[in-house]
Design a protein around this ligand. Structure first.
Ligand code: NAP
Ligand code: MG
Length: 493
C-alpha cells in the first residue's frame, strides 16, 4: 500500500462532519413578486404567476410574475424613454450609480448568497465566495470605465447603442445579471433583463438594490417569465441589442429571429471543454483542478472541464487519485458550509443528467460514483466518472451540464490537440503541465475562447470571456466587454 492510499483510507474512515448550516433568519423573500418596470415593482398585465422552488427539498420559495407581451412592451418603452437622459448623463455621474450598486451588493452579500443557494441549489461556499463577490466586482470594474471610454478606444468616438435586452440562464443567476447590466450601464445603454425561470430571486433582489440606489427610473427593468417572455424581448422592434447567455439551441433561434434586423447580438452558449493533463503536470494539483473543473456548481457551468484528456503514462495514477478524491466530496444541503456538491437546479435537468448516465451504462463504460450518501428528498446526483470514453460517444460529444466527467487518454501533444478540438464547441480548455512552453503551444492551438494553464474555472472582471464556433460570439468582461455595448466611430482629422 502506498503512503497516499493509507492516508486516504484513514481520512475517510475516521471522519464525519457535523452539519454546519448557514442561517436563513436574516433573509426576506416575499410571498409574491411583481415585475420591475420603470423603477417600480408592478403587477403583470396578465396576473399570471409561476412558482420558484428550492431544488434541495422541493419547497416553494415564492410566486413570480410571468411577463406577457404587454408587460415586455411596457418594460422596453420604459428603457427607451430612460435612454434619452441616461445616455447623455455625464459619464462620471453614471459611474457613481454603478459604484453605489456594487457597494450595496457587498453590504447585502450574505443575504444574496443564501438566496442564491436556496433558489438555485449551489453550495453556500460557492455563492458566498464566488458568485456574489464576483458580481459586485463586475459592477466596480465597469463603474471605473464609465468616464474613461475614450481611453479604452483611442481615436474613436464612443456612442451607446440604445435598449439592451439581456437574457440569462440559471447557473449563475446574479453573476450573469452583473456581467450583462454593468457594462451596458457604463456605456450609457438602458436595459431590460430576463432571468431564468428557475432562479429569478436574486435578480429581483437586485431590483430592490437598483431602486434603493436611486438609479433613474427605467434604466434597468427586470421582467420574469419563461422562454416565451424572452422571445417577446427578442422580437421587440425597439430593442437595439440582444445579449444572450444560454443553450446553443436557443442561441440559434435568436440568431435566426434577428437575422434581418439591425439588432446587435452577442451569444454566450454551451461548451464541452477539454481539461488536458500531461505526464509532467503536478498531479495532485491537477486532481484538484479536475474536481473543480467538473464538479464546481454541480457541473452546471458552460466552461466546465467535462472532457478529461489524460496522457496515457499517468492515466492509472490520475484515475486512482480521482476515485479517492471523489469519496471525500460531500454531496448534500446547499446551505451547509461543508457541502461540496449541492442540488441539481431542476427536476428536468436531473432527468437530463440521468439519461446521459444511462447512455454511459448502455455503452458498457466503466463508471465510478462515490459511496457517499445523497439526500432522499430534492434533486441530487452523485459525482460520476466514466472511463475510456470513445470520441464518438455522446458522453464526449454533448454538453451534459451536470457532474459527469468523460475520461479519455492520449499519447502525444498532437493527439491531445486533435481530440480537444474535435467538438462543435469552443468555449474553454485547461492545460496542466510543468512546461511553460508546452502551455503556450497548446493555448495557441486549442480553439477555445478561454484557456487556463495549471488552474481551472478562474474568473475575473478584467478578463474577456466568450466562445468560438457553436459556443457563440462576442466577449463579456474586460475592455472587450465594453465594445459589445458601444457604437465606435472614427474620429475626424
Ligand atoms: P436556455 O434554455 O437556452 O435558457 C437561457 C435563457 O433563455 C433563459 O432565461 C430562458 O428562459 C430563455 N429562453 C428560453 N427559450 C427562449 C426563446 N425562445 N427566446 C428567448 N429566450 C429564451 O439555457 P439554460 O438551460 O437556461 O442554460 C444552460 C445553457 O446555458 C447551457 O447550454 C450552458 O452552456 C449555457 N451557458 C453558457 C454560458 C456562457 O457564458 N457561454 C454561461 C452559462 C450558461 P427559461 O429559463 O424560462 O427557460
Ligand atoms: Mg428556484
Amino acid at each position: 500500500m502506498t503512503k497516499t492510499d493509507s492516508f486516504s483510507l484513514k481520512f475517510n474512515d475516521g471522519w464525519k462532519y457535523d452539519p454546519a448550516p448557514e442561517s436563513i433568519d436574516h433573509i426576506s423573500i416575499a410571498e409574491q413578486y411583481g415585475l420591475f418596470i420603470n423603477g417600480e415593482f408592478v403587477n403583470s398585465e396578465g396576473s399570471k404567476y409561476f412558482k420558484t422552488i428550492n431544488p434541495s427539498n422541493g419547497d416553494t420559495l415564492s410566486k413570480i410574475s410571468e411577463a406577457n407581451k404587454k408587460d415586455v412592451d411596457k418594460a422596453v418603452d420604459a428603457a427607451k424613454a430612460a435612454f434619452k437622459s441616461w445616455s447623455k448623463m455625464d459619464p462620471s455621474d453614471r459611474a457613481k450609480y454603478i459604484f453605489r450598486i456594487a457597494r450595496m451588493i457587498q453590504e447585502r452579500a450574505r443575504e444574496f448568497a443564501v438566496i442564491e443557494s436556496l433558489d438555485g441549489g449551489k453550495p453556500i461556499r460557492e455563492s458566498r465566495d464566488i458568485d456574489i463577490p464576483l458580481a459586485a466586482a463586475h459592477f466596480f470594474y465597469y463603474a471605473g470605465w464609465a468616464d474613461k471610454l475614450e481611453y479604452a478606444f483611442p481615436g474613436k468616438n464612443t456612442k451607446p447603442i440604445g435598449v439592451a435586452a439581456q437574457i440569462i440562464p440559471w447557473n449563475f443567476p446574479l453573476l450573469m445579471a452583473a456581467w450583462k447590466i454593468a457594462p451596458a450601464l457604463a456605456c450609457g445603454n438602458t436595459v431590460v433583463l430576463k432571468p431564468a425561470e428557475t432562479t429569478p430571486l436574486t435578480a429581483l433582489k437586485l431590483a430592490e438594490i437598483i431602486k434603493d440606489s436611486g438609479l433613474p427610473k427605467g434604466v434597468v427593468n427586470i421582467v420574469t417569465g419563461a422562454g416565451k417572455t424572452g422571445s417577446y424581448l427578442v422580437e421587440h422592434p425597439d430593442v437595439d441589442k440582444i445579449a444572450f447567455t444560454g443553450s446553443t439551441e436557443v442561441g440559434k433561434l435568436i440568431r435566426r429571429a434577428t437575422a434581418e434586423t439591425n439588432k446587435k447580438l452577442t451569444l454566450e452558449l454551451g461548451g464541452k471543454a477539454a481539461n488536458i493533463i500531461f505526464e509532467d503536470a503536478p498531479i495532485d494539483q491537477a486532481i484538484e483542478g479536475i474536481i473543480n473543473g467538473i464538479f464546481f456548481n454541480q457541473g452546471h457551468v458552460c466552461c466546465a472541464g467535462s472532457r478529461l484528456l489524460v496522457q496515457e503514462s499517468v492515466l492509472d495514477e490520475v484515475s486512482k487519485k480521482l476515485k479517492a478524491r471523489l469519496e471525500s466530496l460531500i454531496v448534500g444541503d446547499p446551505l451547509d458550509k461543508n457541502t461540496d456538491v449541492g442540488a441539481i437546479n431542476s427536476e428536468a435537468q436531473l432527468e437530463k443528467i440521468n439519461s446521459y448516465i444511462q447512455v454511459g451504462k448502455k455503452e458498457g463504460l466503466e463508471m465510478f460514483q462515490s459511496n457517499s450518501k445523497v439526500p432522499s428528498k430534492g434533486f441530487f446526483c452523485k459525482p460520476t466518472l466514466f472511463f475510456n470514453v470513445a470520441q464518438s460517444s455522446r458522453l464526449a460529444k454533448e454538453e451534459i451540464f451536470g457532474p459527469v466527467l468523460a475520461i479519455q487518454s492520449f499519447r502525444t501533444v498532437d493527439e491531445a490537440i486533435e481530440k480537444a478540438n474535435n467538438t462543435p464547441y469552443g468555449l474553454s480548455a485547461g492545460v496542466w503541465t510543468d512546461k511553460g512552453s508546452k502551455a503556450f503551444n497548446m493555448s495557441s492551438k486549442l480553439k477555445a475562447g478561454v484557456i487556463w494553464a495549471n488552474t481551472y474555472n478562474k474568473f475575473d472582471p478584467t478578463s474577456p470571456f466568450g466562445g468560438y464556433k457553436e459556443s457563440g460570439f462576442g466577449r463579456e468582461g474586460g475592455v472587450h466587454g465594453l465594445k459589445e455595448y458601444l457604437i465606435l466611430e472614427n474620429q475626424e482629422g
